[in-house]
Design a protein. Structure first.
Length: 436
């Protein structure tokens, strides 16, 4: 579960006449100024979190997914038709730091943008797709059959035609949207509605809601498993997994868990793997029987959030709040590697064809990890993106990356700095394509 909010660093509308931008760590290291700007911006961002009551050393699970922020998020939803977001929810000091962060990140974006040759791991920023307001979101999922992207967007699922580069429609209303799964053979989609603990079934053609299924309090991530023909829902506060039969739109079985689930991944062979946040463990579940087979520790992980599986290498990748990504053998639960990543993340994605693992982070970076023989993994790129861009999806055919972020605006200032207000008016999808 995640709250998204972001600062736009680079904006190029698809189709506009502009030089293509290729982003990589090489540009980040060419200027001492850019490094200073990055450090300044992120320090301001983290310092601002302290004004929400987040002490130094606390995990991002508290900082960015705390239910204490729900009241403010609801206020933002209620003001979505107004010209600007709600007042600053904390102290003016936070707003001042946010302003410095915005200025710094703008400078960083200018200094870390360069044009390069075709080096594997570089990605071309193609532009933004506007989703409109409000500026909060959660998981995104790519519909390969329909060539569409589904983004959980507070009170709806925003559906994007990625070929046309525009919003195609929305599914709703939804009470706290979190995740979506598409079942292409049936022409159905399944969207979690966390506030009222249900999954809403919709027609993928006209996006009309056709049924509501009760699954339990805090319905969160949703996955489609072709092998067992099941829709799988992570139900956080209920500490369970709901397994739905998409043919009858009923809950076939539930699986009790020792801890609240975060995101999950399937191996395509009947097994489900789920991150357990509080205990920092990885659960393995047999989907057909609903049996919890194991709960393995994620050594050095505090706590796990995003999870992805690569069917080619048969490895799981669990993103952790303390800036590490743990690689796990799904057969034994053995932790085979630990890779450094950035801070404030909520997702992990895999491009199996290129052997790459992605960890988008709210600090404004995307870590690109290359899978190598003999369980060797290395960071090949740390790409500057957008503050708040911690949710993403990958097009498995093209390798295109879709990162959801927001646009932060500040209103007020001199002669009355105490009147500073900020808000996230819109959500956007940043589109990146590989150069190989």
């Amino acid at each position: 579960m995640g709250l998204g909010a972001g600062v736009r660093q680079l904006h190029h509308r698809p189709g506009a006449r502009a030089k293509r931008l290729v982003l990589s760590t090489r540009s980040c290291t060419t200027s001492a100024f850019s490094a200073a700007a990055e450090a300044w911006a992120f320090a301001a961002f983290k310092a601002g979190l302290a004004d929400f009551g987040v002490a130094a050393g606390e995990t991002e699970d508290v900082a960015l997914t705390s239910r204490d922020l729900k009241t403010w998020r609801r206020a933002l939803v209620e003001q979505r038709s107004k010209p600007f977001g709600p007042p600053c929810p904390a102290s003016t000091r936070f707003c001042m730091r946010l302003f410095l962060s915005l200025a710094s990140m703008f400078a960083w974006a200018l200094m870390t943008t360069a044009s390069h040759g075709a080096t594997p791991g570089d990605y071309v920023f193609q532009g933004d797709i506007d989703l409109g307001g409000p500026g909060f979101w959660d998981y995104s999922s790519f519909d390969a059959a329909g060539h569409r992207l589904c983004v959980a967007h507070v009170d709806k699922i925003s559906v994007v035609d990625v070929g046309a580069g525009k919003l195609a429609g929305a599914v709703g209303p939804i009470d706290e949207a979190h995740g979506t799964a598409i079942v292409p053979g049936l022409g159905k989609g399944f969207a979690s509605s966390g506030g009222d603990g249900v999954v809403k079934v919709f027609d993928t053609g006209d996006l009309r809601v056709i049924k509501t299924i009760a699954v339990g309090k805090d319905a969160d991530g949703v996955i489609w498993d072709l092998a067992t023909k099941s829709v799988i829902v992570m139900v956080g506060e209920a500490k369970q997994i709901a397994i739905i039969d998409p043919a009858s739109d009923t809950v076939a079985r539930t699986v009790a868990l020792p801890d609240g689930p975060e995101f999950g991944a399937i191996d395509g062979m009947g097994k489900l793997f789920v991150n357990l946040a509080a205990s920092a463990k990885l659960a393995r579940i047999d989907i057909a029987s609903g049996r919890l087979e194991a709960a393995w520790p994620l050594t050095g992980c505090k706590p796990p959030h995003g999870l992805a599986y690569d069917p080619r290498t048969r490895r799981l990748f669990s993103g952790c709040s303390n800036k590490v990504l743990i690689v796990v053998d799904p057969a034994t639960g053995r932790n085979v590697a630990s890779v450094p990543i950035g801070a404030y993340g909520d997702a992990v994605a895999v491009d199996s064809a290129r052997g790459r693992v992605f960890s988008p982070k709210g600090e404004g970076t995307l870590t690109v990890i290359q899978e190598r023989p003999n369980d060797s993994y290395g960071v090949v790129r740390t790409i500057p993106t957008f503050i708040g861009a911690r949710s993403m999806a990958v097009d498995p055919a093209s390798g295109g990356l879709y990162l959801v972020h927001g646009e932060t605006k500040i209103k007020g200032g001199l002669p009355n700095p105490l009147a500073l207000r900020f808000g996230w008016d819109n959500a956007r999808i940043a589109v990146f394509t590989p150069n190989d």
